[in-house]
Design a protein around this ligand. Structure first.
Ligand code: SF4
Length: 432
């Protein structure tokens, strides 16, 4: 097998099966003084040191370096988009090909998980308590950051299981369910109480009861689109489809052709999941062109490889059904006008060009936005994100926000970083 092909396989699966293979990969690290990979990692994992530790066979130390920097070490080891982060600046690329940095991290943390359960030495907790709303990467990052500063926290999670999007929406072939569970289980070693099935609708009460409140509820509300006939069986929201497919795969019935509306990563994930559930005619319908498609290229290429069709410049208008069964999606062709406020060219419908597509199931993944609270006095931007400063403080006293709800979490590692930053700010503020 060629080295490049081997590298592709390693990168795709991020798995080294034995220490010798991991050592060989770690030995390729050039140990750059300025370590651009470390600078590009949102949580600043000391990448060259991790590789040195693996090379010397000290996997415990390698794992410790990774998880000390990254509260979502296990999840990121499996699915961090290294191609656009640390690996994108790997100097080894100038010689042959970049290191599989994520794969090496995973090797170390997997080894530690299986061989040496860890017990962090934490300072004695003070009589301070913080409420964290949402148990995704930002919430976990904040709870761990606070625990290290001897501050206890209560996490409120509306789902039956903690972990946020990685636990219930990232497709199982990219992130098996037990991996994000590890990052949640690590919380047992910190002064953290998790309460699941607890939806928080108002903030004021929590602000009275706690020293601080950290909002990390993500952006889980599905954007609405104007399509007639969408109410009824056979039509799913993108996140709802991913959730059901991951948590209840045996109950999921996929009826083709599957038409997915949207152009982001959620739409592409839905296509990949539909494919893994056995659907064979899957298409993504996007109202702009390929140039404006917001999904990551890596995911789009993956979808192409799995036979997913992309139908560009189509605006869905109506779903036709007979009783409970969908049989057609009516769309109108678009042309692209001038760029809008976000810099993307605006689609304009061409009234004379109506297209009818056979459909058995429709998934609407046209975007997600954050929830608001009943007593929401938080400043929001035009997309509904909570406005925070660089320290994750909102304009309201004792209230902080991070992750997707504050536009600080386009990746798991970035969301986790915002949680750590918020923990730092909270600890500083409540000491005053
Ligand atoms: S967490 Fe992600 S960005 Fe950071 S070193 Fe690991 S793979 Fe790279």
């Amino acid at each position: 097998m060629s080295t490049i092909l081997q590298q592709q396989l390693i990168t795709e699966w991020g798995l080294f099966t034995n220490l010798e293979a991991a050592r060989r990969e770690a030995a390729r690290c050039l140990q750059c003084n300025d370590a651009p990979c470390q600078q590009k990692c949102p949580v600043g994992i000391p990448v060259p040191s991790v590789h040195r530790a693996i090379l010397s066979g000290n996997l415990r130390h390698a794992a410790e370096l990774v998880r000390t920097a990254n509260p979502m070490a296990h999840t990121c080891g499996a699915c961090c988009p290294q191609e656009s982060l640390c690996q994108s600046v790997c100097v080894r690329t100038t010689i042959d090909h970049p290191l599989d940095i994520r794969g090496l991290h995973r090797f170390a943390t997997d080894w530690e998980w299986e061989n040496e359960p860890r017990h962090p030495r934490l300072p004695k907790t003070k009589k301070r308590r913080v409420a964290i709303i949402g148990s995704g990467p930002a919430g976990i990052g904040c709870a761990i950051g606070l625990g290290r500063k001897a501050i206890s926290s209560d996490i409120y999670e509306r789902e039956p299981e903690a972990g946020g999007i990685p636990a219930w929406a990232i497709p199982g072939d990219r992130l098996p369910t037990d991996i994000p569970r590890r990052d949640v289980l690590v919380l047992n070693e910190y002064p953290v109480e998790i309460q699941t099935r607890q939806e928080i609708r108002a903030l004021q009460e929590l602000r009275k009861r706690y020293d601080a409140v950290f909002v990390s509820v993500g952006a889980l509300e599905e954007a609405e689109v104007e399509i007639t006939g969408q109410d009824g069986p056979g039509v799913f929201g993108g996140l709802e489809f991913l959730r059901q497919a991951k948590l209840y795969p045996d109950k999921m019935v996929v009826r083709g052709p599957v038409r997915i509306i949207g152009g982001g990563n959620v739409a592409v994930d839905c296509a990949l999941v539909a494919s893994s559930l056995g659907a064979n005619r899957i298409s993504i319908i996007y109202r702009r062109s390929r140039a404006e498609l917001p999904a990551w290229n890596r995911e789009v290429d993956n979808a192409f490889r799995k036979g997913v069709d992309f139908l560009f410049q189509l605006q869905p208008l109506a779903i036709d059904r007979e009783g409970d069964l969908i049989y057609r999606l009516i769309c109108r062709r678009t042309t692209l006008g001038l760029p809008g406020e976000d810099g993307r060219r605006e689609p304009i419908q061409l009234p004379s060009e109506t297209i009818s597509l056979e459909a058995g199931m429709v998934i609407i993944a046209a975007g997600q936005y954050p929830q608001s609270f009943e007593d929401d006095m938080l400043e929001r931007d035009e997309r509904g994100n909570i406005v925070v400063d660089e320290s994750c403080r909102t304009r309201l006293a004792k209230t902080y926000a991070g992750g997707d709800v504050a536009a600080r979490g386009s990746t798991v590692v970035e969301a986790a970083r915002s949680g750590l930053i918020a923990a730092h700010s909270i600890a500083k503020d409540i000491r005053r």
